[in-house]
Write a protein that binds this ligand. Sequence first.
Ligand code: GLN
Length: 451
Amino acid sequence: AHLDRIAAVDPAVHAFLHVDGERALAQAAAVDARITAGEQVGPLAGVPLALKDVLTYSGAPTTCGSKFLQGWVPPYDATVTKRLLDAGIVILGKTNMDEFAMGSSTENSAYGPTHNPWDLDRIPGGSGGGSSASLAAFEAPLAIGTDTGGSIRQPAAVTGTVGVKPTYGGTSRYGLVALASSLDQPGPCARTVLDAALLHEVIAGYDPYDSTSIDAPVPAVVEAARSGDVSGMKIGVVTEFSGEGYAPGVEQRFREAVGQLEKLGAEIVEVSCPSFTYAMPAYYLILPSEASSNLAKFDSMRYGMRVGDNGSASAEEVMAATREAGFGAEVKRRIMIGTYALSSGYYDAYYGQAQKVRTLIINDFNKAYEQVDVLVSPTTPTTAFKLGEKIDDPLAMYLNDLCTIPSNLAGNASASFPVGLAPEDGLPVGLQVIAPPLADDRLYRVGAALE
Ligand code: GLN
């Protein structure tokens, strides 16, 4: 049924870069056979899923939305992919994304944008717009995203779906093509809170293949999603994330949702986190710095594309010609910023300063958690904007991630849950919840209370 749905709507939505129906049906048949044989299978066995094209899946192309990796087929599964397959989850295909996960609209994909199923002229968010759109268009009931600065939560917000960024180190980055290694985190996307929790449980947990993986029990996310009990919970509303730049409908739905939590017995307090104002400039130094280093491996020798190799060109000439042809404008912009910020003489002034700001943000979170159990804010300042509206204005594009970035810099857990439609445009609004590291269960408790 999901393959039929993809055939019917994906020409207009373009959530998928690659669909392998035969392989999906074979996986589904294998689950059926296990059940027929009397085997006990997990709760998600046989459920179809859409996988963001930044995670490796052996035998299927992994492009990261880039021309550079067109046709590259990885020989191994990411840990997340392996855990999905071990749970009997059926992988429908790979979803569209901004090139190397840089963007907030999926317009930076080399393969053309994804369209928001709520209004095809609008963006589905980014970088994981393909994953969120596949859920909103009912092409898949589950999806995997990755979140470096908001790429799970912002797409979830603008498509009216659920997206969770687990605690950094809670899910494995092995087999995830790195954007910024100290920020990247794979996580579950779904249409309901419980679905997301069940998927979270499948993919989370210690992985010796990832040196930053946390060796601790997975938080009790499914139990929290089933409970939704927020009575007695202390919820902090981040003062800095409101006012100028926030759409009235976003503020209205956010305030109503907070009111609902209060009615359910939560204690609401205003919490000021002054350093959050500097999260965005710090992020746009740290991310490009790490990205410029991570993307150095795309050198025309080891992976993917190679152009200009005419027999007499030097290795450097081939490398330059290939990177010129293979990378899009946003990727080049960030490689240049990162290379500059890391160069000797500038390192202390830019990268060093940004790392200090990162510490201030962590301190703000720690102070907030002395008072409250979780923090909440709108996930994004506005609802889904029009395709093309911000593509020529990088700063306007970056502003979409204003509320989501602090959580990546601090490495704690965060999520976006749908809280209705903005009255002015009828488009989905998301509420962000942020919890301390390894308290991912609190996200689901709040999400389930709002559902
Ligand atoms: N939109 C943000 C950026 O462009 C977030 C990206 C992400 O989370 N992968 O960097």
